[in-house]
Design a protein around this ligand. Structure first.
Ligand code: ADP
Ligand code: MG
Length: 343
């Protein structure tokens, strides 16, 4: 089976003296001239691909087509998609690509001790996150739904997948945009583009450097203020992916319920983190781990980083106002507030 991510330290994170204004992810691109941006809606979010150089426009359009193809393949809501049909039938012969992505997801489930688990689908449905018909499931309902959650209940025979129990389902929402960003970057490379910025609803993939050869400046949103930044990180050839409870949520009786669920309790994960940003070469891994570490909470997330620091770096924003930055990107990170370096 093809592996979708390889363990590599984000060694190309570069320190730069060019941090200044707080504009969104942005090079100071004056003089780059040939920038081309395509903006489109897919995977339930706004996506933007900005490319530079000779074949910029055609390349960006090819990347858009690739992301649109993946949306049609992986959507839980599109009756034509492979995932929708799998969930409806409880079994399917998977395409090689979907099988590979599922195995990448299972690897992250195993690494994360189950904090990340694509079988949360029945829970997501009960909470109303697909339909928009929000509801807080009662204790009995949660108990019944939790019996259907757990990737260990997925039965693979080659590329045939069977659900161990009727009512199970899978949801690739926590990894699909990251995978799409990796594929979009590959398509750009095939089209001769070596400087680009891919932003798929907050899943950033910085391709190469800026056209002037400087690192890309990626702004990490302040989870409490959509207009402000928690910080800026300077990267080249790197995915930067943030998960947070502020992205999708509803309110009932004064309580806010968000869309990242703890597979153990079936409830929105609430372990002291407002957002988790992962920085690593693979968008797939960054997306999966941003969700996983958010579910884990600060102590487990930091223990996980210590055990896997060759794979990724992270920025954690806690609900008591601290910003924690792991040592591999500490020098590439800047903020107007203070931050603690995790070593
Ligand atoms: P976003 O999609 O908003 O960028 P995430 O990458 O964190 O944020 O993915 C959240 C989505 O992943 C949810 O909308 C749901 O589809 C799915 N999901 C929720 N909880 C989990 C979990 N513990 N493990 C895996 N997938 C999850
Ligand atoms: Mg994710």
């Amino acid at each position: 089976m093809r592996r979708l991510f390889i363990g590599r330290r984000p060694s190309s994170v570069i320190i730069s003296l060019f941090v200044s204004a707080a504009c969104l992810f942005l090079c100071g691109c004056a003089g780059a001239g040939s920038a081309q941006t395509v903006e489109f809606f897919a995977m339930d979010t706004v996506m933007r691909v900005t490319t530079y150089g000779k074949n910029a426009r055609a390349a960006a359009q090819a990347a858009q087509a690739e992301v649109t193809r993946l949306d049609a393949l992986l959507s839980v809501e599109d009756p034509q998609s492979e995932i929708y049909r799998l969930n409806a039938a409880g079994q399917a012969e998977l395409s090689g690509e979907t099988a590979a992505l599922l195995h990448a997801a299972l690897d992250i489930t195993e690494m994360s001790g189950g904090a990340f688990d694509i079988t949360v689908y029945p829970l997501m449905k009960a909470w109303g996150f697909f339909s928009g018909d929000y509801a807080v499931p009662g204790e009995d309902e949660l108990r019944e739904l939790l019996a259907l959650v757990g990737s260990d209940k997925l039965i693979f025979e080659g590329e045939r997948l069977n659900f161990g129990l009727p009512g199970m389902g899978i949801d690739l929402g926590a990894i699909a945009k990251g995978y799409a960003s990796d594929r979009a970057a590959e398509v750009l490379a095939e089209n001769g583009v070596s400087h680009a910025m891919i932003s798929l609803g907050g899943n950033i993939k910085a391709v190469g450097t800026s056209p002037e050869g400087r690192p890309w400046r990626i702004a990490i949103r302040d989870p409490l203020d959509a207009e402000a930044f928690a910080g800026i990180v300077l990267v080249s050839d790197m995915a930067v992916v943030t998960s947070g409870g502020y992205e999708r949520y509803f309110e009932r009786n004064g309580t806010r319920y968000h869309h990242i669920l703890d597979p153990e309790s079936g409830m929105p994960a609430q372990k002291g983190l407002l957002s988790v940003t992962i920085v690593c070469p693979s968008g797939t891994l960054a997306d999966g781990l941003s969700t996983a570490l958010f579910v884990m909470g600060e102590a487990d997330a930091l223990a996980f980083w210590h055990a896997h620091k060759e794979l990724f770096d992270a920025v954690l924003v806690t609900d008591d106002g601290r910003t924690l930055v792991t040592s591999g990107i500490a020098e590439a990170f800047s903020t107007e507030h203070g931050f603690e370096v995790v070593r």
